[in-house]
Design a protein around this ligand. Structure first.
Ligand code: PLP
Length: 370
C-alpha cells in the first residue's frame, strides 16, 4: 500500500447507488437493464454502433479474434511492448503471433515495421494504444487496406484518447477495452468489444453466451464461451462513464504538472503526445537515461517507493520472455530500449496538485543526491 499509488479508482455515490439498485433488483448475473445501458452509452461515447460487454479485457480480445474466425495457420501482428494479454489472446485461438517493434517517439506499433512483418498468412494487426497514447492509425489502416487485413484495436489503456480528433476504438473492425480497477474507468473486472459491423456484433454476442442459438435456447451451433459481464459490473460502469471526461481532464492536468516540473531535468524523456494525438495519460510515464541522470531507473524507483511513491516499470518486451521468443524474428531494438528505460509515475485521479509537487520534489532530491 503506497500513499501515492500509480492508479486508483474513483468510486462515488452514483456508483454506490447503481450497484445497490442492481443488487436489489435481483438481476445480479448477466441479465439486467444496466448491461444494455452501459453497452449503449459506452459505444456512443466512442462513436461506434455496437458494444458487446465482456467479463474482462482479455476475454474481449479473445472474443474479437474468435468472431473474425482467426485460427491456426493465421498470423497476427502484435507490438513487442504491451501487456501479455494481447499476445495470449492470439495464442488462445491457435494463431501465430508476430511480434513487431514500436516507434521510438510514442512507444506504439511502428507502421513501417508492420509492412516488414506481413506474409501471405497475415490476417490481423492489433495496434495497442499504450499508456494512453494513440497509435498512428492512418498509416496502420493504409497497410491493412492494402493487404486486406483486419484491425483489432487494443484500447485497454486508452479510453477517450484521440487520433486526429477521433476517438480510438472507432478505427477498427473490432476494438477491445478493459475496465479493470486501474483503468481510466472501471467496472471492477470487465471489458467491451466495439464494432460497426452488424454480423460481427451478433457473432460476438452468441460466442459470449456459450455459442447458444439466440432463437433456440440451449441449442448450440458453435463452441462459445461464458464471457458475459454482470449487471452489477455494468451498474458501476454506467456511473463511471458519467465522469469519464472529468477523469481524463484530471489525467491531463496531472500530466501537465509532471511535464512542467520535470522538463528541465536532463536525462528524463517526458510522456509523449504527438501533434496528431490526444493522449489520456492512463499512466504518466517517463524514460530514464541513467548516463545523463546518474541514477538507474531501478534505483530511482526503489528510492521513490521508500518514500511512499509507487512506480511501475514498463512491460518487459514480449520477445525477451522465453515463452514468446519464437514469435520474434524481426528487429526489436526500440522496444528493448524503451522497456528498460521506462517508468510510470503515480497517475491516480485522486492525487492533488500538492501530491504531484511532492513527488516531483522527491524525484529531484533523489537525482541530485546521487
Ligand atoms: C494493453 C492491454 N491489453 C489487454 C489488457 C487486458 O485487460 P484485463 O486486465 O481487463 O483482462 C490489459 C490490461 O489489463 C492491457 O493493458
Amino acid at each position: 500500500m503506497f500513499k501515492y499509488p500509480v492508479a486508483e479508482p474513483e468510486i462515488g455515490e452514483e456508483e454506490l447507488r447503481n450497484v445497490i439498485e442492481a443488487v436489489r433488483s435481483g438481476w445480479v448475473s448477466s441479465k439486467g437493464e444496466f448491461i444494455e445501458k452501459f453497452e449503449g452509452s459506452f459505444s456512443k461515447y466512442i462513436d461506434v454502433k455496437y458494444g458487446v460487454a465482456t467479463s474482462n479485457g482479455t476475454t474481449a480480445l479473445h472474443l474479437a479474434l474468435a468472431a473474425l474466425g482467426i485460427s491456426s495457420g493465421d498470423e497476427v501482428i502484435v507490438p513487442d511492448l504491451t501487456f501479455a494479454a494481447t499476445i495470449n489472446a492470439v495464442l488462445y485461438v491457435g494463431a501465430k503471433p508476430v511480434i513487431v517493434d514500436v516507434d521510438q517517439n510514442y512507444w506504439c506499433l511502428d507502421p513501417a515495421e508492420i509492412k516488414r512483418a506481413i506474409t501471405p498468412h497475415t490476417k490481423v494487426i492489433i495496434p495497442v494504444h499504450l499508456y494512453g497514447h494513440p497509435c498512428e492509425m492512418e498509416a496502420i489502416m493504409e497497410v491493412a487496406e492494402r493487404y486486406g487485413l483486419y484491425i483489432i484495436e487494443d484500447a485497454a489503456e486508452a479510453h477517450g484518447a484521440e487520433y486526429k480528433g477521433r476517438k480510438v476504438g472507432s478505427f477498427s473492425h473490432i476494438a477491445c477495452f478493459s475496465f479493470y480497477g486501474n483503468k481510466i474507468i472501471t467496472t471492477g473486472e470487465g471489458g467491451m468489444c466495439l464494432t460497426n459491423d452488424d454480423e460481427l456484433a451478433e457473432k460476438m454476442r452468441i460466442l459470449r453466451d456459450h455459442g447458444m442459438n439466440p432463437k433456440k435456447r440451449y441449442w448450440h451451433d458453435i463452441i462459445g464461451f461464458n464471457y458475459r459481464m454482470t449487471n452489477i459490473q455494468a451498474a458501476l460502469g454506467v456511473a463511471q462513464l458519467n465522469k469519464i471526461d472529468k477523469l481524463i481532464e484530471k489525467k491531463r492536468k496531472i500530466a501537465k504538472s509532471y511535464a512542467d516540473g520535470l522538463s528541465s531535468v536532463e536525462g528524463i524523456t517526458l510522456h509523449p503526445e504527438m501533434p496528431w494525438a490526444k493522449c489520456v495519460y492512463w499512466l504518466y510515464s517517463i524514460l530514464i537515461d541513467y548516463k545523463k541522470l546518474g541514477i538507474t531507473r531501478d534505483e530511482l524507483s526503489e528510492k521513490l517507493e521508500n518514500n511512499g511513491i509507487e512506480t511501475r516499470k514498463f512491460f518487459y518486451p514480449l520477445h525477451e520472455m522465453p515463452l514468446y521468443q519464437k514469435y520474434a524474428k524481426l528487429s526489436h531494438i526500440i522496444s528493448s530500449k524503451i522497456s528498460h528505460m521506462g517508468l510510470s509515475l503515480p497517475s491516480g485521479t485522486k492525487l492533488t496538485e500538492e501530491d504531484i509537487s511532492y513527488i516531483i520534489r522527491k524525484m529531484k532530491e533523489t537525482i541530485s543526491t546521487r
